[in-house]
Design a protein around this ligand. Structure first.
Ligand code: UFG
Length: 343
């Protein structure tokens, strides 16, 4: 049994990682508060993997409760820590909530692990730590810029916390994955992204517009110094991103007994896609015309970013296999399924 605790396992990236962990022969265990995720996702996950998934409704800020899960399960190989608040806009309005939750949960999960002898840790970070990079593509050694939001700051601070714990000599081996823009859904259309309220992110906004839940998409700025004037991102299919966590875990397993470490990897496709190119990809695979208009720039937006993924390719033997078209097709199928068969 290779038991892996997945905090935030009912969330967007967490749920897809459960699927990929199961496919790779691990036994995933969900720890989630269901505050920003839906309990019914667990039943859908169980349909996909064809077996029960142990699930604990636990707030990761509660160290004793997390320790209780680690002790009850026993022989836990490692923890993949997704559980966190993630809305950039909300973090600007409620910074203390973001600091309390995102830093508090990391601290208590690490304390619970060290107290229970669980040594392998994979952390969810973000390309937001790079801000607007000076050179592209962005490598793991590119400078960390002043964060644009309290959310981004929590990711930077969490990375520092993990580094400090490792530097203290604690018996911990960690991988920090800096995600670029996760999009798409499982091709079964049983799981996908479930934005709370009006989506902040591009792809859920596109799919909700296509099914008539939103009137039109506003493109935030078309006067940027990019090929077509719109912002450029590295959109990565969530299933590819989920696989990177499995590879990270295997990489850590190979280091059992080695000195404490926190190794950082970019997780993207290595390709930049503009907002207009993303819309075109959606229109192509959906066979629909998207209602959109050009609008003003969104404050805090990075103009252009995409990953150098050489390090993950070489050390994790991982690379993204799916395209933006695959992601758009899966995201649209998920949105249509959600309309036909709501949770
Ligand atoms: N966009 C629009 N219209 C919308 C929504 C988004 O034009 O309605 C544009 C944005 O301006 C941006 C692109 O689509 O150019 C992607 O925007 P997202 O909000 O989907 O993604 P971001 O790159 O802004 O944010 C993502 C993650 C954050 C993370 C950030 C780091 O969602 O968690 O990357 O750069 F902090």
């Amino acid at each position: 049994m290779k038991k892996v605790i997945v905090t935030g396992g009912a969330g967007f990236i967490g749920s897809h990682t459960i699927v990929q962990l199961h496919a790779a022969g691990y036994s995933p265990i969900v720890v989630d508060t269901f505050v920003n995720s839906d309990r019914r996702i667990i039943g859908r996950l169980e349909r996909i993997v064809g077996q029960k998934i142990p699930t604990y409704e636990v707030d990761c800020c509660d160290r004793d409760a997390v320790e209780g899960v680690l002790q009850r399960e026993a022989d836990v190989l490692g923890v993949i820590h997704f559980a966190a608040h993630k809305a950039v806009g909300a973090s600007v309005k409620n910074p203390l909530d973001y600091f309390r939750n995102n830093l508090g949960s990391l601290g208590s999960v690490l304390e619970a692990m060290l107290g229970s002898g669980v040594k392998l840790f994979v952390f969810s970070s973000s390309c937001t730590v790079y801000g607007q990079p000076d050179t592209l593509p962005v490598t793991e050694t590119s400078p960390i810029k002043a964060a644009e939001s309290p959310y981004g700051r929590t990711k930077q601070m969490c990375e520092d916390i993990i580094n400090d714990v490792v530097a203290s000599g604690a018996d911990l081996r960690a991988v920090t994955l800096r995600y670029f823009n996760p999009v798409g859904a499982h091709p079964s259309a049983l799981i996908g992204e479930l934005p709370l309220g009006t989506p902040e992110n591009l792809v859920p906004y596109i799919t909700q517009t296509a099914v008539g839940l939103r009137e039109r998409l506003t493109v935030f700025g078309n006067d940027y110094p990019t090929s077509d004037g719109t912002c450029v991102r590295d959109y990565i299919h969530v299933l590819d991103l989920a696989s990177a966590h499995v590879r990270a875990l295997a990489w850590l397993q190979a280091r059992t007994g080695a000195p404490p470490v926190n190794e950082v990897f970019n997780v993207g496709t290595g390709r930049g896609t503009s907002v207009l190119e993303a819309i075109t990809a959606f229109e192509k695979v959906s066979g629909t015309k998207l209602n959109y208009t050009m609008g003003s720039r969104r404050p805090g937006d990075v103009i252009e970013t995409y990953a150098d993924v050489t390090k993950a390719q070489e050390q994790l033997q991982w690379r993204a296999k799916l395209s933006i078209e695959d992601a758009m097709a899966d995201a649209y199928r998920w949105q249509l399924a959600l309309e036909a068969n709501p949770l």
